[in-house]
Structures are given as structure tokens and as C-alpha cells.
Design a protein around this ligand. Structure first.
Ligand SMILES: Cc1cc2nc3c(=O)[nH]c(=O)nc-3n(C[C@H](O)[C@H](O)[C@H](O)COP(=O)(O)O)c2cc1C
Length: 337
């Protein structure tokens, strides 16, 4: 079984990919989408979205990072994919699932599922543009409003030369409302032969088991569940014990140190060790990012709720760190003082 960490724009950036792939063993992770209109992005943009390009396309833990592109112009996507591949992307992934209004308005993401011929043209153009040894994968939803073109889209993606297809088992209309329709994936499984990866609503080991059984997919991709319980991937693989809150606090402090290092002179060199060219957060930006993760951790760890209540209005990393340390008990609090 392969397990991928899902791309989540605004959440699974370089720092989150770093921390999650060190806490659990993923077969790959995927960048947040890079939007492509009609032009060729400069190399700098790819390095910003995927600083791991400077470290052989892998996170510090050695997990490959696939570069995801989103757009509707086959030629522009092909040119950008070729550049990403040249810069070291191990896999190019194409987004046909984004439900965001502004993205869809510009003919990007899930809206293309109403045009299987465009989906085909995009995958085929990108496949032609990147070297044969770089796989091209795609990620789609079941459709825009319904599943009526689901098989057509999956077959178009396969015929155009994609080597893996990830399906988030909901339509755009379903947004993120549970349940995920894992049964639909079994229909796709029967209609294509390329490796198919199931995605959507995997929060527990039992969800993973049921998803694989119902979808008939060996492989899974985990999004929000991976962020709320960083130990979920290990539990699914059957090789990890549950993470305690104090251990979780240590991981959060490391995450904060990674981001915080970028605006603090003393730690600047530490950030350089992570990956040269990693995006630079302001202090309030780093705190904001962290709060997003903390809000999601509440679902996985009840201990996160009182921490969130306390840090909600804080802006300084030092204050956030102190609250976090105190929540782990006297040992952590002492270490930080
Ligand atoms: C905040 C957020 C941002 C997302 N951004 C992306 C993205 O950039 N590219 C993409 O293909 N999917 C994106 N997704 C969809 C996820 O990759 C995944 O398909 C979805 O969350 C369902 O999986 P889950 O139930 O395990 O979270 C995003 C989802 C969330 C919640």
C-alpha cells in the first residue's frame, strides 16, 4: 500500500511537509497548487512553492515532493511542467479537483471535469513536454455537479499517458461535506488500469481500512486527517504507537522554530540548513500559519482546545511557545525557560 500526503493550499507548505514527513512515513507528498495562466513562471516561483527542488525534490526526511500545476491552457501547462521537471521535480501532478470559485471562474480545477477533452489535451501536452522518466499524475473529483462524466474523465487521463490518478471521492458540488463516496472509486477502478489512489474522509485506521475495501484501491492519499493526527499514517501502516500530547508539543515547537528562524537573526543559519530559498515568514505570518494547524489539531487532540483558546489573540512567537510548553506539563515548561 502506498500512502501520499495530500496537497492543501494554505496548509501543507514547505514547513508542514517537513514536519509531517518526519513524523510519519509517506511515499510522497504534493505541493500546494501552482496556478498557471498563459505564461512561463520564473524558476524563483517554483523554488518558492517547492524549496525541496534544491534538495533533490525531497523533504528532509527523504520523501519525494510532487509538483502540482493547475490551469486550463495545455501549452502553458506543458511549458511550466517542463521547467519544473528541469528544476528537479520528481513527478508533475495536475489538479482537476479544486472547487474554489475564483479558480473555477478562470477555468481551473474541478470546472474542467465538464470538459474531458480539455482534460485529455492538458495531460497529453504535459506528458509530451516532460522527459519520459518523469511521471505525470492527475488528481480529480468525481465531477462538477454529478458523476455522469467521471469515467470519461478517468479514461481521458489514462489515455493521455498519466501514470497515476488520485480521486477525491466527491463532486465539486459536494464541496467537503461528508461522506466521501468511496463506492464511486470502485466504478473507476473497473474502468481504468492505471494505479488509482483513493482520497477523502480518512481520519482513522478504520476509515483507511473501509476506504480501501469499498474503493478497491490499494493506495490512499490523506489530507486533513494527516494534519489533525500526524501519527495516523504510522497507525495505518501498523508500525507506530499513538502520539502523546507532550510529543505533539515537541513537534509543534520544532515547526515554530523552523518558521520562526526565518525572521530571527540568531537562527537564520538554521533556516538555511532546512532548505535554501524556503519562504520567509514574518512573525505574525508564522503565528497565523501555526494557529491554522492548531485549530485543526483540536479534532485529533482535546488538549489542543485550551491552547488554541489562549493563543487565539497572540501575535508573538515567544508568547505562543510559552503557552504551548506549559500545556505539555512541567518538564517541557522547564526546558523552555
Ligand atoms: C485547505 C485545503 C486546501 C486544499 N488545497 C488543495 C490543493 O492545492 N491541491 C489539490 O489537489 N487539492 C487540495 N485540497 C484537497 C485535498 O488535497 C484533499 O483532496 C481533500 O482535502 C480530501 O481529502 P481529506 O478528506 O483527506 O482531507 C485542499 C483541501 C483543503 C482542506
Amino acid at each position: 500500500m502506498k500512502i501520499f500526503l495530500a496537497p492543501m493550499e494554505g496548509l501543507t507548505d514547505f514547513y508542514m511537509r517537513d514536519v509531517l514527513t518526519r513524523m510519519g512515513r509517506y511515499d510522497a507528498c504534493v505541493t500546494e497548487f501552482i496556478r498557471v495562466t498563459d505564461r512561463l513562471h520564473p524558476a524563483r516561483l517554483f523554488y518558492n512553492a517547492c524549496p525541496e527542488l534544491r534538495t533533490h525534490g525531497k523533504t528532509a526526511a527523504g520523501t519525494p515532493v510532487h509538483v502540482q500545476l493547475l490551469g486550463s491552457e495545455p501549452a502553458a501547462l506543458a511549458a511550466n511542467a517542463a521547467r519544473a521537471a528541469r528544476l528537479g521535480a520528481p513527478v508533475i501532478d495536475l489538479n482537476f479537483g479544486c472547487p474554489a470559485k475564483t479558480v473555477n471562474k478562470h477555468r481551473g480545477g474541478a470546472v474542467l471535469l465538464d470538459e474531458p477533452e480539455t482534460v485529455y489535451a492538458i495531460v497529453a501536452a504535459v506528458r509530451r513536454a516532460v522527459p519520459a522518466n518523469i511521471p505525470v499524475s492527475a488528481k480529480m473529483r468525481l465531477g462538477m455537479r454529478d458523476r455522469s462524466r467521471m469515467l470519461e474523465n478517468a479514461q481521458a487521463i489514462e489515455a493521455a499517458g498519466a501514470s497515476t490518478l488520485v480521486v477525491h471521492a466527491r463532486t465539486k458540488e459536494d464541496s467537503y461535506r461528508p461522506p466521501a463516496h468511496w463506492d464511486a472509486l470502485a466504478e473507476i477502478r473497473a474502468a481504468v488500469t492505471l494505479p488509482l489512489m483513493a482520497n477523502g474522509e480518512i481520519w482513522t485506521v478504520e476509515d483507511a481500512r473501509r476506504c480501501r475495501e469499498i474503493s478497491r484501491c490499494e493506495d490512499i492519499m490523506i489530507g486533513r486527517g494527516a494534519v489533525t493526527r500526524p501519527d495516523l499514517v504510522g497507525a495505518i501502516q501498523g508500525n507506530a504507537s499513538a502520539l502523546s500530547w507532550p510529543a505533539m508539543v515537541t513537534a509543534q515547537l520544532e515547526f515554530l522554530a523552523g518558521m520562526g528562524a526565518l525572521h530571527s537573526h540568531a537562527a537564520e543559519s538554521g533556516a538555511g540548513e532546512l532548505a535554501p530559498g524556503a519562504p520567509r515568514w514574518t512573525e505574525s505570518g508564522a503565528v497565523g500559519r501555526y494557529k491554522q494547524w492548531l485549530a485543526m489539531l483540536i479534532r485529533g487532540f482535546p488538549e489542543a482546545a485550551p491552547v488554541f483558546a489562549q493563543v487565539k489573540r497572540m501575535r508573538a512567537l515567544a508568547d505562543v511557545r510559552a503557552v504551548l510548553r506549559a500545556s505539555a506539563g512541567p518538564d517541557q515548561a522547564l526546558r523552555g525557560s
